[in-house]
Design a protein around this ligand. Structure first.
Ligand code: NAD
Length: 260
């Protein structure tokens, strides 16, 4: 895996996915940037990555809640770059509500984007990786792939599910030089999480620091956010030659949350 490879990162126009796309580009890989919005800003992300890291990069629009579009993303990436060697399943959404009130459409969307999309992209990528003689699959799970929190039934179910998918795929492909692993971040201060802080300040009558300390980082023993760069560095490691025997497992990056 040391020479230039093609990496598809789902949901890579912001947050963790963007940092992973940038870090894999810095490692010399060609990058497929994905989101479902297809705006000029989305295309600009791929252009900036290509310019900054002197690699090939393309933006492909595909809605990860749609099985056919998940599979099309992989087919189109292979059409453009000739192979898909690295697949990072990162796209994810969240909704918070008690189980008995959880909206059905939110449950279906979270299971589709956070779990089923990975099944579809993996299924489509496997023949290409086998043909190329190897590959790397990295699934961005969560501390919620290992432990639960109240009011996040769909998210916790999807993230636990992706841990099972990760292990199953790893076993099935162990003889094909294809590894499949998960990364389980704790709280990462992405634009999405940042946007929740003002609402939490209002709802809890707290200042910004109190919201971060007592609401968001309550479960994270270091009381610090994980950074997108720390998650990206783990992804780059899992895609490296050094990780050839790391298979069917996960790397927790949660400040000690799941040690408790
Ligand atoms: P984010 O909202 O910044 O990024 C999510 C990305 O997914 C965006 O690029 C968005 O365009 C894309 N996306 C959403 N729905 C999509 C769809 N239907 N089709 C295609 N793309 C879609 O969020 P983030 O915090 O960077 O989250 C990225 C991943 O990391 C998610 O799987 C999330 O569950 C996981 N994660 C995040 C945290 C955290 O604290 N931020 C912690 C653990 C795990």
């Amino acid at each position: 895996m040391s020479i230039t490879k093609t990496a598809v990162v789902t949901g890579s126009t912001s947050g963790i996915g963007l940092a992973i796309a940038q870090a894999l580009a810095a490692a010399g890989h060609a990058i497929v940037v994905n989101s479902f919005s297809d705006t000029p800003a989305d295309h600009a992300v791929a252009d900036a990555i290509a310019r900054e890291h002197k690699v090939k990069a393309a933006y492909i629009k595909a809605d990860m809640s749609n099985p056919a579009e998940c599979r099309m993303l992989i087919a189109k990436a292979a059409e453009i770059f000739g192979s898909v060697d690295i697949l990072v399943n990162n796209a994810g959404i969240q909704h918070v509500a008690p189980v008995e009130d959880f909206p059905l459409e939110k449950w279906d969307a979270i299971i589709a984007v956070n779990l089923s999309s990975a099944f579809h992209t993996i299924a489509a990528a496997i023949p290409l990786m086998k043909q190329a003689g190897g590959g790397r699959i990295v699934n961005i799970a969560s501390a919620h792939g290992l432990v639960a929190s109240p009011f996040k039934s769909a998210y916790v179910s999807a993230k636990h599910g992706i841990m099972g998918l990760t292990k199953t795929v790893a076993l099935e492909l162990a003889r094909d030089k294809i590894t499949c692993n998960a990364i389980c971040p704790g709280y990462v201060l992405t634009p999405l999480v940042e946007a929740q802080i003002p609402d939490q300040m209002k709802a809890n009558k707290m200042d910004r620091e109190a919201v971060i300390r007592e609401v968001m980082l309550e479960k994270q023993p270091t009381k610090e956010f994980v950074t997108v760069e720390q998650v990206a560095a783990a992804a780059v490691f899992l895609c490296s030659d050094a990780a050839a025997q790391v298979n069917g497992t996960h790397i927790s990056i949660d400040g000690g949350w799941t040690a408790a």
